[in-house]
Ligand binder design. Structure first.
Ligand SMILES: Cc1cc2nc3c(=O)[nH]c(=O)nc-3n(C[C@H](O)[C@H](O)[C@H](O)COP(=O)(O)O)c2cc1C
Length: 336
């Protein structure tokens, strides 16, 4: 363990990065999943060089029951037992305790996560999370547009309401973890910034349905990502970071090696989140990924993350049109 910690210290200094006003010793963040749901896993992440951890999401439904239980205690005493049992089994208190324990036992930043599907009702609860010692709060948000009568603008307004409600009650940095299915991601980014959002995770990778043709049932499409999925993300990281707004970017999806992380940082990400690769290779793989980033930096002569962050984004790359290309026209010939 001592040797491991020494090794980590050796390359960590040059991997320091700033995210949400916090100094992280590595740009690698373990993203929200079951891998961040126990103290044991969190400690393992820290021991292997994670810069920060995002806790497994607490769900809005759980918070709503909790809020209801607390506020209705005196009004409906007969329901108290039932509700408190419900709340207990839905572990909202456990979640707050988990934040406290994580803060007590880890030295890296701890970022809880709330998974929500409405813009209000639950936001006051965010204060409890801040009070439990969270360094920042990540909101995992996606309002699935299923109403064909609703315009994109109406759907998007929900995101803005959510932020406005949240910013009224929490002072810690707020990060939005969004999907990439917006008509204009840069507009959303700008609007988030105007409303005081401190960081955006680009992007979540949602549960998607697949069809089992043997039993004609719905089943989950591939649960874990692969590195090819970076193709949906890189352009937007490069373009959003070029806006030069004071809003941090944490790139997520398809990071399966230190080299993958380097690409997102070159595109302008402040941090890079990892999940699937750790399911595949174990949490200890973080160490290898940090070494790969440090090795690449040595080979290229970069002494710090800041020296290369955004070097190949839409503003700094000398052929920015490459980021605007969406058709393969020019490349067809090599595939004939
Ligand atoms: C099994 C599993 C559980 C997840 N649970 C959550 C969650 O609770 N909250 C969340 O914001 N993201 C969750 N995610 C999404 C991941 O945090 C991550 O954004 C996504 O997997 C893309 O990153 P990757 O390509 O490194 O896997 C989960 C992903 C997986 C595979």
């Amino acid at each position: 363990m001592i040797v491991k910690n020494q090794l980590i210290r050796e390359y960590m200094e040059k991997l320091n990065t700033n995210y949400l006003g916090l100094t992280l010793r590595s740009p690698l963040i373990v993203s929200s999943s079951r891998l961040t749901s126990t103290l044991g896993h969190l400690k393992e992440a820290e021991e292997n060089g994670a810069g920060a951890v995002v806790l497994k999401s607490l769900f809005e439904e759980q918070i709503n029951y909790y809020v209801h239980a607390v506020s209705s205690e005196s009004d409906y005493p007969e329901a108290e037992d039932y509700i408190s049992n419900y709340v207990h089994s839905n572990s909202v208190e456990n979640y707050l305790e988990m934040i406290r324990q994580a803060k007590k036992n880890l030295s890296i930043p701890v970022i809880p996560s709330i998974n929500c599907y409405t813009a209000k009702g639950w936001t006051g609860f965010a204060r409890n999370i801040a009070e439990a010692g969270a360094d920042a709060l990540e909101i995992n948000v996606f309002f699935l547009p299923v109403d064909r009568k609703k315009t994109s603008a109406e759907s998007e307004k929900l995101y803005f309401e959510l932020i406005e409600n949240l910013k009224k009650v929490v002072k810690i940095p707020v990060v939005l973890k969004i999907g990439f299915r917006f008509s204009n991601i840069l507009y959303m980014f700008d609007q988030f910034y105007n409303r005081g959002v401190n960081g955006v995770v680009m992007f979540n990778r949602f549960y998607e349905p697949d069809i089992n043709i043997d039993n004609l049932e719905i089943m989950p499409a591939a649960v874990l990502s692969n590195e090819l999925e970076r193709r949906y993300v890189l352009r937007w990281v490069a373009m959003a970071s070029a806006q030069k707004l004071k809003i941090d970017i944490s790139a997520s999806t398809g990071v399966h090696s230190g080299q993958d992380a380097v690409k997102y940082i070159l595109a302008g990400a402040n941090t890079v989140q990892v999940c699937s690769v750790l399911y595949n290779k174990g949490i200890s793989y973080l160490k290898k990924m940090n070494e790969q980033i440090a090795g690449w930096m040595d080979a290229k002569g970069f002494g710090s993350i800041d020296q290369f962050r955004g070097k190949v984004n839409y503003a700094n790359y000398d052929k920015p049109g490459a980021f605007e290309r969406t058709q393969f026209m020019k490349y067809f010939s090599s595939y004939e």
